[in-house]
Design a protein around this ligand. Sequence first.
Ligand code: C2E
Ligand code: CA
Ligand code: CA
Length: 607
Amino acid sequence: MPDSNFQFEEDEEKAQLETRVKALEIDLRQKKEIILAQHTKLEAFFESSIDALVQMDFDGHITGWNKQAEKIFGWSAEQILDQKIEDTIIPVRYRTAHQKGMKRFLETGETSVMNNLIEIHALHRDGHEFPVELSVSVMDSPDLQEFNAYIRDISERKHAETVIWNQTNFDSLTSLPNRNLFLQKLEHEIRSCDRSNQSLALLYLDVDRFKDVNDSLGHDIGDLLLIEISSRLKKTVREIDTVSRLSGDEFTIILGNIDDQLSVQPVCQELLDALAEPFQLENEKVFLTASIGVTFYPQDSKKIESLQRNADQAMYAAKAEGSNRYNFFTPELQQRALRKRRMIRDLREAIDEAQFEIYYQPIIDLKRNFLNKAEALLRWHHPVSGLVSPAVFIPIAEETGLISEIGSWVFYTAIEQANRWRCELNKDFQISINTSPLQWIDDAAAMSQWFKHLRESGISGQAMTVEITEGLLMDARDKITNRLLDFSDAEIQVSIDDFGTGYSSLSYLKQFDIDYLKIDQSFVRNLDHDKNDLALCDAIIVMAQKLGIKVIAEGVETENQDRLLKSFGCDFGQGYLYSRPVPAADFEKLLSQWNAKDMSGLKKSSA
Ligand code: C2E
Ligand code: CA
Ligand code: CA
């Protein structure tokens, strides 16, 4: 019994032991499974990382290499494991630096790459380099000494950055630096001048009448032309000089290392000469000129903004002096520009401040000795400078676009005045206003408003004549033809002003519906003593009459001129002989006196 009893206990113990072993085994298996799962997870993480993961021991042998690493470096794990990284993925030129860095790390624990994100180039198996972003961490424990490098291929991002950089710094049409890069280069050149104690010249170059070429030949040819211009400019200057395109047909050139300002003159001339050579574009031969403004650093200014302004002013001065030339900046130019800027500022306020007034100058019907026309001539009462001549402020109003507003003010004021005088003094009275080409070319909307005003106010268009220059008809023919028809519909007559100073083509005038031709003062002035001008006036009058166009002689100052003009059969005369331009109130008196034929002091009978 005790035996059997003992036997029983032994069995019991064995069974318990077995159960415990089993439980332990299960536990162990489970733990193993968990570890395995964790490992698989880690591996999956390792493999699926979007970064290449490269592990390496402290001797530089590669010990880990994931799928992404295979992809970006072109080496499989099998091929590369146990190789040294400085023999494989580090470009040759970085290898010495890498070895030094490793050595320092092993000796001192210091490192520059650790835990920082750095951009560097890596070497592909096929030998090409590519940009990567790299961060490295280190495991340094007694049983594991390892580097983990996370590497991302940033070729695409770098490429995109380059594209964007190019877009922000280069002009896409000509591939020249744009304004942005030009300014950076200028800054850079200025610093280098300071170091070397030398000067630089900044040139602004603007193609003359480029807009005309563009308008007449089309934008595609215009683009070709700009490309060709760019290449000629580049060829003319030295490699170290920078040609940029600021906008449209505006270029800048930075000439560095200048010892002598005079040495810039031949360069400017060469640039002009280079552009003067005809351009053969598809089937078109194009002739061009340009205007150049030059300023020097540090002589003219040390500030970038002032240098730009100087060169711009000098360029405009070159244009004003007739284009196709270069001009050096001078302080006097700056004074002039300053005065001009003030005038622009004041001109903006002139309408609102009611500083404009229209003077009227009689236009005499020479055959009837009758006054029923006047030219409206604008006057500006400047609060400080006094009376400013339209010859001074009209060009500035044109340049700044203010002419549109001013021109409309003149129209509305003059038409009201004409209407009043028609009602009160003479039902056929007519006022002639001057218009700028810009109003015709760019300001269709304003002119449409004029016609609308006439329709709504019931004022007859016959109360008005508009004066235009010959040039307008020649240069912008298509735009003008339709607009002239609008005027004709509105019963507003049209005069050609300053006739004889431009193209003077009478046959050309035939194509347009022109009512009056104003012979320019310069011919009338010489009538007494210049046979050519005499013959010319005579011819203009005869031919105009054949075309059914009435002639007005401007600038009649002497009795003799008046007599000669009448003998040629000239229709109208205007000038100081009859009256200077005068304010409306004075003109009113003049008008009633003249037509009442009680003008003293003036011979009124025809010669
Ligand atoms: P314009 O149209 O040729 O006007 C004639 C100019 O000759 C006027 O100068 C007039 O005062 C002047 N004049 C008239 N008779 C004689 C004379 O016998 N001898 C001399 N030496 N000169 C005479 P003003 O008023 O100074 O105007 C100058 C120019 O300004 C005008 O030349 C015209 O082109 C422009 N202008 C005047 N008012 C306007 C305007 O409202 N709009 C536009 N766009 N231009 C205007
Ligand atoms: Ca005029
Ligand atoms: Ca005139």
